[in-house]
Ligand binder design. Structure first.
Ligand code: PRX
Length: 655
């Protein structure tokens, strides 16, 4: 049974956890937020927007005249970095800790808001010295170290546009993202620490830029993290630290229009080519800070907050680099993996920094569950007050474990639904307001309008499921797909006229609470990361051995879904590759090289044929049945109904 089905079966969940009296008394969020947003939604958002510092205050809230291209607060001007740093220092909070950095080998570093501001100003001056102008793109390919956040803030400060590429992506993935955005500068590091050893990053940048593959790139800034050997391209490569010592320490942040672009973040869609999701400044920062404060019940100056996401994903943008900083929060960032040197590492960090708010993904929780309750035995987790979950549906069992073992049966859990495209949280309980329910993301946040529609576009009522849509524009919504406005309209706005289609299935339970049921398109969710079946298929067929490939997401106990591939080999290569085991290894490594290790199929089945309809469409539903070891469903629409017998026969024979 898939996680989605499990959840569907658990819709009769009856457990409820009311907020405690003490929590209600001190909670940031109040029930009247919902009322205010209902009374006047746009004015509600304007109120949130006014909490930021505007170089020039806005008088307009929303311009939707060119829908689906929204403009929020579009006659206002602000500087994102000023909002995240300068204004806190000017308010007298310069000594407040902004970042506790914990390196994987055990080194640590503390930055106050003033420290960060000094670093970001220098980095901004460096970018300007290198010729970076407002609107230019800068690619960031970094481990999870403070310089990654400093780099993002500096790019934002000068009005340039960052495109952060997850450090686990391959040189090819990096190259295609740099090319698409035509980045002028790349900021990287010699490497980072992962699983107990130094892992190099710079070679991937060198490979991505080799043979003039990315002619837009003029300079590469390299942060020294591991001290490992790096090859150097004269006149192109520069050491970050050395260059920072040469520039002025003062930099005055200038206001940019609220619709000035802030970043592009590539995410997988249903085609082979990742989409560059574009976000702008005013609306994005408004919703990032509003949600961060209310959903996590942030008491700035008191709480220590830790989001475990890498800056390579949207969660690391909104809930590490921007939301917490805009709110003057104190946060932890950790470089490495949860199991280094052992599975106690995260809990050691919680204890060491007295983490109050923890935000992570269900896949991590399920990994800890596998180890067992003893994983936290030696650690004091009593500081934890609020727990967050993101990235994939959280099954009630994992939810309860999270509550009992990590949250000492008292910390409210906020299951937050959102996407790269939505920019910030859209559906979530509010701690201190909402009684929580294991497995349900529950309700749209104040200011957000959600409807679940059936295939014909009619809203479904309580107890029914359908497709999740957002029916009104929201401040942190994507402003488009980089360089492809048509694809933006087609992907999100064409299925239901005037409504944003998220690509997720969802259901209202009898109380009207929302349950997310997973993707309804060809996007997989592996460990909370979005992967496209088409992208992995095209990586597989780019290998000389492979004639045809089909990829499906199959249920996996820990990672939610796992990538399972079915490949047909070219006749000439069958003899060359030897056993299926060898073939699997060769092809899995090939996918890692093409896309990155996160996209490696868990299992590869070599088959003689693929099940197709008469019009030639691959029937993934049937392949999913095979991958999940279930009886095969209805095969009557296949062009050749015997194909499934051939596939299952071959697989069970271990061929
Ligand atoms: O399917 C939903 C799932 O993750 C998708 C968005 O992926 P991405 O853009 O990479 O952003 C992940 C972090 C925000 C969604 O379409 N998803 C995200 N959060 C949840 C979720 N599914 C169920 N419950 C959630 N809380």
């Amino acid at each position: 049974m898939s996680v989605e089905h499990e959840i569907a079966n658990l819709l009769h969940e009856t457990r409820r956890f009311e907020p405690s009296k003490e929590f209600i008394e001190t909670a940031v969020a109040r029930p009247r937020l919902y009322e205010k947003a209902k009374e006047d939604r746009l004015e509600f958002w304007a109120d949130q927007g006014r909490k930021l510092h505007w170089h020039k205050p806005f008088t307009q809230i929303l311009d939707w005249s060119n829908a689906p291209f929204a403009k929020w607060f579009h006659d206002g001007e602000l500087n994102v970095s000023y909002n995240c740093l300068d204004r806190h220092v000017e308010a007298g909070w310069g000594k407040r800790i902004a970042l506790f950095f914990e390196g994987e080998p055990g080194d640590s570093k503390v930055y106050t808001y003033l420290d960060l501001l000094i670093e970001v100003k220098k980095a901004a001056n460096l970018l300007i010295k290198l010729g970076v102008q407002p609107g230019d793109r800068v690619a960031i390919y970094m481990p999870m170290i403070p310089e990654a956040v400093i780099a993002m803030q500096a790019v934002a400060r000068v009005g340039a546009v960052h495109s952060v590429v997850f450090g686990g992506f391959s040189a090819d993935s990096l190259a295609s993202r740099i090319q698409d955005a035509e980045a002028k500068v790349v900021i990287t590091a010699d490497g980072g620490y992962r699983k107990g050893k130094a892992s190099a990053l710079k070679p991937a940048v060198d490979e991505a830029l080799a043979d003039n593959r990315c002619p837009s790139v003029e300079k590469v800034l390299v942060v020294k993290r591991t001290g490992g050997e790096v090859s150097w391209v004269k006149d192109r490569d520069l050491w970050w630290e050395e260059e920072l010592n040469l520039v002025d320490r003062e930099h005055e942040a200038q206001g940019f229009n609220a619709e000035h672009p802030l970043f592009i973040l590539y995410t997988s869609g249903t085609t082979g080519k990742p989409k560059g999701i574009l976000h702008t400044t005013g609306g994005y920062l408004t919703q990032a800070s509003y949600t961060h404060k209310n959903v996590f019940d942030l008491h700035e100056g008191q709480d220590v907050y830790w989001c475990t996401a890498d800056i390579g994903w949207i969660t690391g943008h909104t809930y590490v680099a921007y939301g917490p900083m805009a709110n003057g929060a104190t946060q932890v960032i950790y470089e490495g993996t949860p199991d280094t040197p052992d599975w106690g590492r995260w809990w050691d960090i919680v204890q060491k920094y007295h983490v109050n708010i923890l935000y992570t993904a269900p896949t991590a929780i399920r990994s800890f569950m596998k180890i067992g309750r003893s994983v936290t035995t030696h650690y004091d987790l009593s500081s934890i007050r609020v727990l967050g979950s993101v990235g994939e549906p959280i099954n009630p069992e994992a939810w309860m474990w999270y509550r009992e073992v990590i949250g000492s049966n008292k910390a409210p859990i906020v299951d937050t639904w959102w996407q790269t495209e939505t920019g910030a949280i859209m559906i979530s309980p509010l701690p201190g307001v909402t009684a929580t329910k294991p497995g349900s993301a529950q309700v749209a946040l104040p200011g957000v309008e959600i409807k679940i529609l059936d295939d014909d576009g009619a809203p479904v009522g309580n107890g029914h499921g359908g497709l999740l849509t957002i029916t009104e524009p929201w401040p942190s919504m994507l402003r488009g797909i980089w360089g492809d406005p048509e694809r933006y309209k087609e992907t999100y706005w064409s299925k239901f006229d005037g409504k944003y289609f998220a690509g997720d299935g969802a259901k209202f339970d009898e109380d009207g609470d929302i349950w997310l049921l997973g993707r309804v398109d060809d996007v997989m969710n592996v460990s909370g990361h979005r992967l496209s079946t088409a992208e992995i298929e095209s990586a597989l067929v780019s290998h000389p051995f492979v004639a045809e490939a089909a990829v499906v997401g199959a249920k996996d106990e820990t990672t939610g879904q796992a990538v399972v591939a079915f490949v047909i080999l070219k006749r000439s290569s069958e003899a060359e590759v030897g056993s299926d085991l060898d073939t699997s290894k060769v092809l899995r490594d090939h996918v890692a090289k093409e896309i990155g290790p996160i996209a490696k199929p868990r299992t590869i089945f070599v088959v003689a044929e693929l099940p197709k309809t008469r019009s030639g469409k691959i029937m993934r539903r049937l392949l999913r049945d095979v991958a999940e070891d279930r009886p095969i469903g209805d095969v009557t629409t296949l062009a050749d109904t015997s194909v499934m017998d051939t596939i299952t026969g071959r697989i069970s024979a271990g061929a």
